[in-house]
Write a protein that binds this ligand. Structure first.
Ligand SMILES: Cc1ncc(C[n+]2csc(CCOP(=O)(O)OP(=O)(O)O)c2C)c(N)n1
Length: 287
């Protein structure tokens, strides 16, 4: 089923708005993990604005879909998504990571509405999400649990323990997503600790795998819809992305894992984001 152009346009516009708000938040914070925030923004947009059962007015609703940001260092990209949805005032973003702010570099579920669980220490999110999916199964509830991991994060052995358990317990409501931007904090994944053949590894652990373009909105929507029909084993979506995607001058450069933007640089950054958005929207018109 292909995505109608109205929905595609809406999601493109939202992803652009969120990339722009992320850049602003990096400026207000004095620095942040912009590379991995931008690589993940299309996935976050599609999940929160098309796929997940998420109501900012019912954050404790027992049947809400769960989202675990296992790559918790991208709080600077995640907070704009939640603020934009109305989980807390957008003004909070202006104090992101300032002393006394509820918004630290890593999201804290005890302080930030909409955050299911505190993350930031890599390697834990998939185990937590596995527990949530097990709870859904044991309680007979129909919610799904989505867990976003980094590819560098998959160097953590605990990720593979969770992978083994989720498949053993046939947790069909669990959907993992790896932001496969091929870059981590100190280099490219294949140089630091190679992951390939990555999809085969997940398959060998008993997961159903979708290997997709993580910047292609129609493909992401179609993939998550297909994942929703699989109920007998966990699903892993390998979202092939580019670190820093949207700002051409930083895209693909692992050194932009974390960085800061001064006011002038941010003006240029916004121009690049606008041009990027225009080029993507042009593809809708070509359809
Ligand atoms: C247990 C743990 N070790 C080290 C870090 C520091 N750290 C933060 S981000 C990062 C790299 C993560 O790379 P990746 O998962 O590929 O993230 P992305 O490129 O998507 O931002 C590291 C090592 C951490 N947060 N947690």
């Amino acid at each position: 089923m292909s995505l109608d152009t109205k929905t595609w346009q809406r999601l493109e516009d939202k992803a652009h708005e969120l990339r722009s708000l992320t850049l602003d938040t990096v400026v207000w914070a004095g620095g942040g993990h912009i590379g991995g925030s931008l690589s993940a923004m299309d996935v976050l947009t599609v999940l929160y604005h098309e796929i997940m059962n998420f109501d900012p007015k019912k954050l404790d609703g027992p049947d809400r879909d769960r989202f675990v940001l296992s790559k918790g260092h991208i709080g600077v990209g995640f907070a704009p998504v939640l603020a934009d949805l109305g989980c807390f005032p957008k003004d909070w973003l202006k104090n992101f990571n300032h002393t006394g702010s509820p918004l630290g570099m890593h999201p804290d579920g005890s302080k930030v509405p909409g955050v299911e669980i505190a993350t930031g220490s890599l390697g834990h999110g998939l185990s937590i999400a596995t527990g949530m999916a097990a709870a859904a199964k044991l309680s007979g509830r129909a919610f799904r649990t989505y867990c976003l991991l980094g590819d560098g994060e998959c160097n953590e052995g605990s990720v593979w323990e969770a992978a083994m358990a989720a498949s053993h317990f046939k947790l069909g409501s669990l959907v993992g997503i790896v932001d496969r931007n091929k870059a981590m904090i100190d280099g490219m994944t294949e140089d630091v600790m190679s992951l390939e053949p990555f999809a085969d590894k997940w398959r060998a652990f008993g997961w159903d795998v979708f290997d997709v373009d993580g910047h292609n909105i129609p493909q992401l929507v179609e993939t998550f819809r297909a994942a929703d029909t699989i109920n007998d084993r966990p699903v892993m979506v390998i979202a092939n992305t580019i670190k820093g995607e949207g700002i051409g001058s930083i895209a693909g450069n692992y050194k932009w894992h974390y960085g800061s933007f001064g006011a002038d640089q941010a003006v240029e950054g916004h121009k690049e984001l606008d041009a990027y958005h225009a080029s993507r929207v042009a593809k809708i018109k070509e359809k």
